[in-house]
Design a protein around this ligand. Structure first.
Ligand SMILES: NC(=O)c1ccc[n+]([C@@H]2O[C@H](COP(=O)([O-])OP(=O)(O)OC[C@H]3O[C@@H](n4cnc5c(N)ncnc54)[C@H](O)[C@@H]3O)[C@@H](O)[C@H]2O)c1
Length: 360
């Protein structure tokens, strides 16, 4: 499988390290307008960089070669523009999350992806963190009974610097609730297996980036929030995001509670706790297991092995041996939930998903 990497910054480094663990993958093209990023990717490739031709943009790459697969890891606001010349060609596409920064752009890409003659996959890799996969498998198997509530917590470090600092402004990212939280909104839909109906988000930029200036402008991205989502099947979900809590033990925590039991998993610990309900006065019966993750996959990235397992699943889909796990339509759904949360936080009100998804 001959890969092109489009956008060769930080996330591309992670894709390079993971592709190097997959024997059937070869990187034949690096595409980026920034020579420093091309150089960075080239040195990460080491000896394999001799195989990888460099281009400043997608049209010049397509004039020279057609890869079997393309990974789009350029800034969020470029995804629609970057993906458009690839659509309709026999190239398997893995577009990093979020699919786009606005519902309009995400809808346009999702519509075009419907007739794309190869795989179109959105990089929602949190589904492939082994502790998350294990929790979802057990929920699906009915271990907690009928799922009623999903809670998600992300307590982490502030946004990292990016090439050109594009991630400091909502107009470039879609806002934190799109950029970062699309992962969690996708997980909510995936675990609950229903569509969101309404969203309420309370959030602001209270601590991070306040003293940063870019051309005289102060960043405008949420650094902490609470979001509540009601789903069409009556289940409810909550996301607690804090990006000035890097000192906390678990970066992510997911809780799924059904009418019979609860499951909770922490990352990075990988500790999965199963807690059946008990009769009043009876002792708790918490059962703890440790979900392990392959060491090489852990070392190759910053997402608890997820990039490796997602790439394997992408390759299976490209070979016709597995499903397209996250379609462009699902990418659109996660963007729409993020946009709803941004709107809710800005206007201090509940946002109905119909407001965003009903075509006019
Ligand atoms: N799945 C995940 O968990 C995850 C994690 C981090 C980043 N991401 C996503 O990956 C993407 C890239 O993020 P990053 O952290 O690598 O940012 P980055 O700033 O480190 O790298 C982006 C690169 O894209 C290049 N670029 C800009 N315009 C381009 C264009 N038109 N065509 C090709 N390249 C272009 C930039 O020069 C830069 O080198 C974003 O969409 C981000 O949301 C996903």
């Amino acid at each position: 499988m001959k890969f092109a990497l489009i956008g060769t910054g930080l996330m591309a480094q992670e894709h390079i390290r993971n592709l190097q663990l997959i024997p059937e993958a070869r990187i034949v093209a690096l595409v980026d307008p920034a020579p420093s990023s091309l150089e960075w990717a080239s040195s990460a490739l080491g000896a394999a960089s001799a195989d990888a031709r460099q281009f400043a943009d997608v049209p010049s790459m397509l004039a020279a070669l057609t890869p079997d697969a393309a990974i789009i890891a350029s800034p969020n606001y470029t995804h629609r523009e970057v993906v458009t010349p690839l659509l309709g060609r026999p190239i398997h596409i893995l577009c990093e999350k979020p699919l786009a920064t606005t519902v309009e752009d995400a809808r346009a890409v999702a519509a075009a992806a419907e007739t794309h003659p190869a795989v179109f996959w959105v990089g929602m890799e949190y589904r492939w963190m082994p502790p998350v996969t294990q929790l979802v498998t057990q929920v699906r198997a009915g271990r907690i009974g009928k799922l009623r509530r999903v809670g998600m917590h992300e307590h982490r470090f502030p946004f990292l610097p990016k090439v050109g600092d594009w991630n400091r402004f909502s107009s470039n990212t879609g806002g934190t609730m799109v950029e970062k939280c699309c992962h969690f909104f996708d997980l909510m839909r995936y675990i609950i297996a229903a569509e969101p109906v309404r969203v309420y988000c309370s959030g602001a930029m209270d601590v991070n980036h306040l003293d940063e200036r870019y051309g005289g402008r102060t960043p405008d991205i949420i650094d902490n929030s609470f979001t509540v989502v009601d789903f069409a099947n009556g289940a409810r979900a909550m996301l607690d995001l804090c990006m000035f809590a890097e000192g906390m033990e678990e970066q992510e925590k997911l809780t799924a509670i059904g009418d019979m039991a609860a499951l909770e998993v922490g990352i990075p610990s990988g500790i999965l706790a199963f807690s059946p309900r008990v009769k009043l006065g009876q002792p708790k019966q918490v059962e703890r297991t440790h979900v392990t993750t392959d060491e090489a996959a852990l070392r190759a990235g910053h997402h608890h092995g997820a990039t490796f397992f997602q790439l394997q699943a992408f390759l299976r889909a490209a070979a016709g041996k597995g499903p397209v796990a996250v379609t462009a339509t699902e990418g659109l759904a996660a963007v729409a939930m993020g946009v709803a949360a941004e709107l809710s936080a800005a206007e201090h009100r509940v946002v109905a998903m119909d407001e965003l998804l009903t075509s006019t």
